[in-house]
Design a protein around this ligand. Structure first.
Ligand code: PRP
Length: 206
């Protein structure tokens, strides 16, 4: 299932990213802002837990998100600014990292690094700004499921319709929160209109 929240703030921030005159600093900052809005939407139905805390009137019990039940996974490297933003909001979450690059001949994702621990019983939030063919996201979902994830939510910024369809077909139980679904993929499997290579733009490697 995918959720594509409609909000002028989100639309405007996403379209800001398409401007290639943005510095890498502003590009990453804009991604931070978008990620926080996506997290707001993605955690809407998260079940709260009671927590006993010390208040000005003595000990009392209030509802909180149990952050230790959340694992945030980044697909390197374009997802790093999203990761940073999300663990600012959820500082008690566990982090994991998957290194994947797309083979430009076959367009298939190739895993080169796996630093994801046991996910048994956890809610796993996978972040990656781009969903082109959907191959990288499907592979990341498969990995966290193999590691025991109970629930998987993905936060993504721009997708192609083909990519969203592929992930939904393969993993109907996963919630994909997507800021913007663009028009199509081109013959080189780039999202049109898209924003170019998000990793290169975030880290000045154009
Ligand atoms: C981009 C993006 C996704 C992937 C999407 O990463 O961040 O991980 O491509 O493509 P797909 O849906 O067709 O699999 P990229 O390979 O450019 O690596 P980078 O983040 O290191 O730049």
């Amino acid at each position: 299932m995918h959720i594509s929240p409609r909000h002028p703030l989100l639309t405007s921030l996403v379209n800001t990213l398409r401007d290639t005159t943005l510095s890498p600093l502003v590009f990453r900052h804009t991604i931070h802002e978008i990620t926080k809005l996506l997290a707001y939407e993605g955690l809407r139905d998260f079940e709260l837990s009671s927590k006993r805390i010390k208040t000005w009137r003595g000990e009392d019990t209030f509802e909180h998100i149990d952050e230790s039940s959340i694992v945030v996974i980044s697909v390197l490297r374009a997802a790093l600014p999203m990761h940073e933003a999300l663990i600012e909001t959820l500082p008690g979450a566990v982090s994991g990292f998957l290194g994947m690059r797309r083979d430009e001949q076959s367009y298939r994702s190739v895993l080169y690094y796996d630093r994801v621990g046991d996910c048994t019983g956890k809610t796993v939030i996978i972040v990656d700004p781009m969903v082109a063919t959907g191959g990288s996201l499907c592979d990341a979902i498969e990995i966290v499921k193999q590691k025991g994830a109970e629930k998987v939510i993905t936060l993504n910024i721009i997708a192609s319709p083909e990519g969203i369809h592929a992930v939904e077909q393969a993993y109907p139980d996963v919630t994909i929160v997507i800021a913007q679904i663009d028009e199509k993929l081109n013959e080189n499997k780039f999202i049109i209109p898209g924003l170019g290579d998000a990793g290169d733009r975030a880290f000045n490697t154009l």
